[in-house]
Design a protein around this ligand. Structure first.
Ligand code: ADP
Length: 220
């Protein structure tokens, strides 16, 4: 699903040159649940964003779901993100004026799909994340953990092959964190998508089928 060869990405900030990801070699198989851990500033988010095609490398090669991202056009990458990638953020990023169900269907609406099947699928995914009763509620009526479970349902609505999540439990109390971990396990066990999750939480890393550790931009 993911193949990185000598992948590097650096940032210039003022006079400072920051090598955020350095010569990373990595292979992730279809259906894996991979946790990326490591200290703050070690390059985890940068690597995740490269895998999700949200950022481009300075050098090296990266192939995800069959597309060579390092030489793909912007149009190819836009299409790739619409079809192949689901993204979950630390702060949920739900639309406050839309109901839970509308939020889940939104990615399909944005790409112009027929919404009838989408609404049904949204109901199934909300059942998967334990929120069947909340479909017509608005985000402000939910707890942080519930909002994050909605975000996972939304990330899955277009049946992406890969879901990336950056600190999905970083803003949650332990009970809500445990429910989100259950959702991650469920996605993995049902084979719904390959999962790559950046986390500093031991409980999340333990739920993964493989754990990667970063230090100073390198994979240990
Ligand atoms: P982590 O996710 O492990 O905390 P990041 O990938 O966010 O690490 O950052 C790795 C390094 O790259 C850090 O030193 C960070 O300050 C730097 N960095 C990340 N994004 C930018 C940016 N947009 N501009 C400048 N430096 C950045």
């Amino acid at each position: 699903m993911v193949h990185c060869r000598q992948l590097s990405r650096s940032y210039a900030s003022g006079d400072l040159y920051v090598p955020a990801v350095r010569e990373v070699d990595l292979d992730i198989g279809d259906g894996e649940f991979v946790a990326i851990t490591g200290p703050s500033g070690s390059g985890k988010s940068t690597l995740l964003n490269l895998i999700g095609s949200l950022d481009a490398p300075d050098s090296g090669e990266i192939e995800v779901a069959g597309l060579a991202l390092h030489r793909a056009s912007e149009a190819e990458k836009t299409e790739f993100r619409r079809r192949q990638i689901g993204i979950v953020f630390q702060f949920f990023n739900l639309m406050p004026t839309m109901t839970v169900r509308e939020n889940v269907v939104l990615p399909l609406a944005l790409r112009g799909d027929d919404l009838r099947a989408g609404r049904e699928r949204a109901g199934e995914l909300l059942a998967l994340v334990g929120l069947s009763e909340r479909q017509e509620h608005f985000p402000h009526q939910l707890s942080g953990g519930e909002m994050q479970r909605v975000a996972f349902a939304r990330a899955l609505i277009h049946e992406p092959r890969l879901v990336i999540a950056d600190e999905p439990t970083g803003n949650l109390d332990s009970a809500n964190r445990d429910r989100v971990i259950e959702v991650l396990r469920d996605i993995h066990h049902r084979g719904l998508a390959t999962l790559v999750v950046v986390t500093h939480e031991e409980e999340v890393a333990e739920a993964a089928s493989r754990r990667l550790e970063m230090r100073d931009g390198r994979l240990l």
